[in-house]
Ligand binder design. Sequence first.
Ligand code: HEC
Length: 152
Amino acid sequence: MSWKKTILLTLSAMFISLQFYPLADNDDKRVTSVHFTRVYAVPENVQAILKKSCYNCHSNSTNYPWYAYVQPAGWFLASHIKEGKSELNLSEFGGYSPRRQRSKLKSMAGSIRDGSMPISSYTMIHRNARLREPEKKIMLDWLNTTRQALTK
Ligand code: HEC
């Protein structure tokens, strides 16, 4: 067997064996009393934006895309979910201290204003998750009003 064939076969064997390790397990659909939408009066248009652009990495319930089941792509997504949730978990937002909630509302607004969220490697594939200017405005207005109401 030529060395090229050997390399090709080894690589395909490696790729195939990777497929035995799927990680699409962030899938708890329960909306408990500490869920963001239970703690705040979230209007429908804000909820729709959170759903299409944020919940996949910042909640306990990811709507998994097909590539989540193809490794190593799925692992990158899983690591984003893990990291994203550790910074901000909207399914458990009500469990944060009032001070932390305020600071998270502020950093949510900040990340939307400067365009750092949703992360660009994600919007490259999920073009629909990208926020257009009117959507950013809806989010910023609501986040800022909500945060200001808290500090009073
Ligand atoms: C593809 C996954 C993904 C999506 C979708 C996503 N995020 Fe993130 N987010 C992350 C990751 C990973 C981090 C941690 C690393 C970093 O800060 O870049 C993070 C960090 C954050 C932080 C920083 C927390 C802090 O306290 O500084 C905020 C705030 C945030 N995201 C808000 C949002 C909002 C709002 C949306 C929707 C508009 C969103 N994210 C969409 C993955 C994501």
